[in-house]
Design a protein around this ligand. Structure first.
Ligand code: ATP
Ligand code: MG
Length: 220
């Protein structure tokens, strides 16, 4: 039975994939059986509605699809892939690491709602995915905290100035700013382990961030 499930969260380009890989390597070198998954499952049938949403088929603005509808798409991706793809791995791993998870919905969909509706939304979301659908609940959430300016800079670098490559979330600066505020709120509300990834206006070295993650979380 899985001992630990870690969700790695953060704004776009905050280093989730990088830190997932470093964490996996470090825990494996301690002899633990580690499995990882990355969401959304781009390219898999379970992610089809998510891909349509992100590329703008349902509207060019993130707000064209309401928080509950968009969350349903991402939830389908998680539960369909759990049932058909990663359940066994999850059950046999000592540590299972998810690069984005239900917690990403909290960050990215809260930003569409007024803050007096945030509590209702996350209550609904967590109940829906963890209680009703039966998806595993992370034992720990590591929040890679960056800022919007850095996120934008990293995206510009990635897309080489080609704005058309950005998805409906990435192309909206106001949306990203609200997501940042929502992420901080979630971290505080739910006791996420916050790792400050920016120091003196720059991304901290990835190994440095990794060392802090290892020192802040306890693994079996
Ligand atoms: N600490 C760091 N300092 C500088 N660059 C970094 C750091 N960590 C990751 N990167 C680089 O930034 C880019 C984004 O990193 P990564 O893909 O790990 O982030 P991500 O959070 O998974 O991104 P996305 O949200 O787009 O999936 C990559 O090119 C990666 O090599
Ligand atoms: Mg990534």
């Amino acid at each position: 039975m899985t001992a630990q499930m870690v969700a790695i969260e953060g704004l776009d380009g905050s280093g989730k994939e990088t830190q997932t890989r470093l964490l996996k390597q470090a825990l494996e070198s301690q002899g633990l059986n580690v499995a990882t998954i990355s969401f959304p499952r781009y390219g898999h049938p379970s992610a089809a509605p998510v891909e349509e949403y992100l590329c703008g088929s349902y509207g060019q603005h993130a707000s064209d699809v309401n928080s509950y509808a968009a969350s349903a798409f991402f939830a389908v991706d998680r539960i369909a892939s759990f049932l058909g793809e990663w359940r066994e791995q999850f059950e046999s791993a000592d540590v299972f690491i998810a690069d984005r998870y239900t917690t990403s919905n909290a960050i990215h969909q809260l930003s569409k709602l007024p803050s007096d509706q945030w509590r209702n939304f996350v209550d609904w979301l967590f109940d829906f995915e963890f209680n009703k659908l039966g998806l595993p609940k992370p034992t720990m959430v590591v929040y890679l905290r960056t800022d919007v300016t850095t996120s934008q800079f990293l995206l510009e670098k990635r897309y080489g100035g080609d704005e058309s490559k950005r998805d409906v979330h990435e192309r909206d600066l106001g949306y990203m700013t609200r997501s940042h505020i929502a992420a901080d709120w979630c971290a505080e509300q739910f006791g996420w382990t916050t790792i400050e990834c920016i120091a003196s206006g720059e991304m901290r070295d990835r190994e440095d961030v990794h060392r802090e993650i290892m020192s802040r979380v306890e693994f079996v």
